[in-house]
Design a protein around this ligand. Structure first.
Ligand SMILES: [Zn+2]
Length: 238
């Protein structure tokens, strides 16, 4: 029995995570460019407590980014989704309701994808990119994404902005000092410990002008490709 459980955990959880997070070339983890371009991405929204305020900060700095939204939250707050689109940002999927893939059997994983895509279609959103919650896969996650014509996106840098132990200054310093050309930056506009996204939003008020001053341009996930020669910087914001 113990051997059976070990085999199930290894094949359903451990090996898929090792493969897709570390080795698979089909997962987008960086922008294939040595130029000073970065992709700012926000997970876990939309959230009326934070997303609109974040949109104001992005607009003020003329920065376009990607929101990986939870389908159920998008359904609940369609006006925020409309505002994200109106401001020119790009929207990807971050699952139905942030369930951990480790605990989702294959049929439920498949169901979560189909429900999410249906909700997004109802909102007139044609979704092409998916980021799994916590970047965690099970054996069928990638297959389900592929079946729904979704490319999977992870990240190359984060600032632990979901943690209550992390300060606004930490987020600010991490992003200003550690961001490198080609980074996909993971941040959050929802969930996390108590009011955590407010620290992120406040940090960005300093980080965005500084990165722009350092010569960084911002691209959205739909503007990058696994082929460096296809990277389209025409619409990027400076
Ligand atoms: Zn998340």
């Amino acid at each position: 029995m113990k051997l059976f459980i070990f085999c199930v955990i290894t094949s359903y959880i451990i090996l898929p995570n090792l493969y897709y997070r570390k080795f698979s070339k089909k997962i987008i983890k960086r922008i294939p460019s040595k130029e000073k371009v970065v992709a700012l991405t926000f997970d876990d929204g939309p959230d009326p407590r934070y997303t609109l305020e974040l949109l104001n900060v992005l607009k003020k700095n003329n920065v376009k980014c990607t929101f990986f939204v939870l389908a159920e939250s998008a359904q609940k707050y369609p006006n925020i989704i409309k505002q994200i689109q109106k401001d020119g940002h790009y929207i990807g999927l971050h699952s139905l309701k942030h369930m951990n893939a480790i605990f989702r059997p294959p049929n439920k994983t498949k169901e979560d994808f189909s429900k999410s895509v249906r909700i997004m279609n109802e909102l007139n959103l044609k979704i092409r990119f998916f980021r799994p919650p916590w970047g965690i896969f099970n054996l069928v996650t990638f297959h389900c994404a592929k079946t729904n014509n979704l490319k999977v996106v992870l990240w190359s840098i984060h600032a632990m902005d979901w943690s209550r132990l992390v300060s606004e200054d930490y987020i600010k310093n991490k992003l200003i000092n550690k961001v490198r050309p080609g980074d996909i930056i993971l941040l959050h506009d929802g969930r996390g410990a108590k009011a955590c996204p407010l620290k992120t939003i406040n940090a960005l008020k300093n980080v965005l002008p500084k990165l722009k001053q350092d010569g960084y341009k911002f691209v959205m996930i739909n503007e990058i490709s696994s082929n460096a020669s296809k990277v389209n910087f025409l619409n990027c914001t400076q």
